[in-house]
Ligand binder design. Structure first.
Ligand code: ADP
Ligand code: MG
Length: 463
């Protein structure tokens, strides 16, 4: 019928605009490399902030003692306790608790958010085993993973540049987030010192390196997306400070804010951006990360409903609600292997209150999920390729095969199997057979939390 043809025309046109052939991905990778150079050359020199982390030593394995971490970076935060036993024993004990953040606190006041976090932390600390307490007179130490763009001023202080990922709290912007947390801990009577402030990518890098010395970069694919890597201090022209003994510095790229004319942006992405909390910002993130993939699918489906009566004469009201279709729902539909696509059917019914979908319609929806996920996955691979190029690790040098391990973490990477395998195979395509063997993607499970605790240990006041 005419309706079906119109709906398919919308889908095909979208597919066309989302195309990521290898040539385009190479352009994206090259643009990433160029922007990395520009961001390292001068402050504000690029959309890529290329922030100094003040982490110039990654964990070695020798770290010892009781440490805490707090991981705040999305819809949930985690409190973590680890006992480190040094070289042979490594992580002797590890406990954590996950707490979700009520939506009103994501857009309320700074004090309210940090009080909520400090209270949860205090409760968790109260469950510490008898034999574990710090020595008399010693403070507990915490690694704070705070996964929003921060201008770091030392290893344990930094001011918030802006919120992302659905947070919007005016009075935190420009403040030292360690100060905000410390004041809240004082208000709830918790005696704890923040020893390291890091980003989840840096935590993941530290956690990855603790177990594998070939880890050179970390990428997060979760609610948002970001990357960090180890740079030569000499290659950071904008840095005026003393060169660290190690000769290295971890750089927090804030790659979510990358943009390039080579990115395959559609009108749906443009509309999503304009209507978002941070228009014009985080364009790469809006193509790739878990916060947005489901929303892009919803927008295309809504267009198909409005302009081609894809779901019948009435546009399903639920389909008009922004962010109602979340990426885990999309992923569940995309992975539906049943012959009648019953998962797709039940998601449509449960979330969008759309019933009586035909198999043909369900297939089209799975295809739509595939288009959106594949584009995101392939662009992530291009981003990683950009980092490898910057480090000169994208090709075999002098016949020598140096191993490069990239630590990956985040719910999207962990749970969205088709996204993950598309990303991994695209990276292989970009690298080619030979060098592919020495570039390894490694899942670093909750590396960000453990990594922050490890960095607290290596920056302890009691060393
Ligand atoms: P955060 O990024 O908020 O710190 P996570 O790394 O755990 O937390 O990532 C959570 C995100 O991962 C969710 O917002 C969601 O977008 C994505 N995600 C979680 N589960 C799935 C899933 N089953 N399929 C696809 N995406 C998922
Ligand atoms: Mg996270």
């Amino acid at each position: 019928s005419g309706r079906w043809a119109r709906a398919m025309a919308i889908l095909r046109e979208f597919e066309d605009k989302c195309g990521t052939p290898l040539g385009k991905l190479r352009q994206v990778a090259d643009a990433m490399t160029v922007e990395m150079h520009a961001g390292l050359a001068s402050e504000g020199g690029s959309k890529l902030k290329m922030l100094l982390s003040y982490v110039d030593n990654l964990p070695t394995g020798d770290e010892k003692g009781l440490f805490y971490a707090l991981d705040l970076g999305g819809t949930n935060f985690r409190v973590i306790r680890v006992v480190l036993g040094g070289k042979d024993d490594r992580v002797v004990k590890q406990e954590f608790e996950e707490v979700s953040i009520p939506p009103h606190l994501m857009i309320g006041s700074s004090d309210a958010l940090f009080d909520y976090i400090a209270e949860a932390l205090a409760k968790f600390v109260a469950t510490e085993d008898e034999g574990l307490h710090p020595l008399p007179g010693q403070q507990r130490e915490l690694g704070f993973t705070f996964s929003f763009p921060v201008r770091q001023t030392s290893i344990a202080s930094g001011t918030l540049i802006k919120w992302t990922k659905g947070f919007s709290i005016e009075d935190t912007v420009g403040e030292d987030v360690v100060g905000e947390l410390t004041k809240a801990m004082e208000r709830v009577g918790l005696d704890m010192r923040v020893a390291a402030l890091v980003n989840d990518t840096i935590g993941t890098l530290a956690g990855g390196r603790y177990y594998n010395k070939d880890v050179i970069a970390a990428v997060i694919l979760g609610t948002g997306t970001n990357a960090a890597y180890v740079e030569r201090a000499q290659a950071i022209p904008k840095w005026n400070g003393l060169l660290p003994k190690s000769g290295e510095m971890v750089i927090n790229m804030e790659w979510g804010n990358f943009r390039s004319s080579h990115l395959p942006l559609t009108e749906f992405d443009q509309a999503l951006d304009v209507e978002s909390l941070n228009p014009g910002e985080q364009i790469f993130e809006k193509l790739i990360s878990g916060m947005y993939l489901g929303e892009i699918v919803r927008r295309v489906l809504l267009r198909m409903a409005q302009e081609a009566a894809f779901f019948g004469d009435v546009v399903p009201p639920k389909l008009e609600i922004p962010f109602i279709l979340r990426t885990p729902h999309m992923s569940a539909m995309h992975h539906d292997t049943s012959s009648d696509l019953k998962v797709v059917g039940s998601k449509l019914k449960d979330i969008l209150e759309i019933s009586n979908t035909s198999l043909k319609m369900r297939k089209a929806i799975v295809e739509l999920c595939d288009i959106v996920a594949t584009r995101g996955a392939r662009l992530s691979a291009a981003g990683i390729m950009g980092i490898l190029k910057k480090l000169g690790r994208d090709a075999v040098k002098d016949g020598e095969k140096q191993k490069s391990v990239i630590a990956l973490d985040g719910g999207l990477f962990e749970h969205y199997t088709k996204f993950r395998s598309s990303m991994e195979s695209t990276l292989k395509e970009l690298l080619g057979e030979e060098i592919s063997e020495s570039i390894i993607i490694e899942h670093s499970n909750d590396g960000s939390g453990i990594g922050a605790a490890l960095l607290a240990a290596s920056h302890s006041q009691y060393l």
